[in-house]
Ligand binder design. Sequence first.
Ligand code: DGL
Length: 271
Amino acid sequence: MTKNQPIGIFDSGIGGLTVAKAISDLLPNEQLIYFGDTAHFPFGDKSEEAVKSYAEGIATFLLQQNCKAIVVACNTASALAESYLSAFLPKDVLLIDVIQPVAAFLNSSTFRRVGVIATKGTIGANVYPQKINALNPDIDVLSLATPLLAPMIEEAFFNNSISQSVINQYLSQDVLKNIDALVLGCTHYPLIETEVQQYYQQSGQVVAIVNSAKVVALAVQNQLLQLSLLSTNKAVNHHFYVSDYTDSFEKSTKVFFGNQLKLEKQNIWEG
Ligand code: DGL
């Protein structure tokens, strides 16, 4: 691997752009190749076998693009397919998921009652409690599947009274009572971070919101630094691929990256 090869980033749709943006802010010299598998969105209610095969197909595409690192910017794929991918990828390709860096962050924090909201796939796999408690068994991890949120956000349906009421309904569940931090365990959720904050402010609870995008970007920086693989590129030309073109994807991509993006349809699933 050489420094100036791109970083591949993938998700089922627009959610991983929160991670891509954090990486591009922190590491502006890195060229990013983003793949949103909009043809298979949402991953959150798919079987483990399906998510593994999507992850393998996308990783193969990113390897063809000569990526030095692959960031699984999707909690569901991280939860269900990370070990599979790590066995599948060549050993010199750096693989970074979105769950381990959050577990390490929580371990270094003072939070001891931590809520996690995520897709059904992520919560069902139980990977957050396993990874957090492997580092610190004293942290109580309270998990809640919130399957309506990612499709709502993918449709750019947030910051309105209906989204606030869906969010309030989930966050007021008993399982999340008395938490001191809430992990946004789906890369779509940073887009509703303000509404989550509003819920806690209005209900008078002090709960820190853990947005994994920045934590993951820092992990990418550290690991590339350790491997002497930080890019020295002066001008970078990111690529944003989708397996199925949608207007909402285009709109959301522009929200994050302005007009510098070039959205490309690449159906890697066609024979
Ligand atoms: N953004 C993805 C995640 O982090 C999932 C949304 C979905 O495809 O269900 O889990």
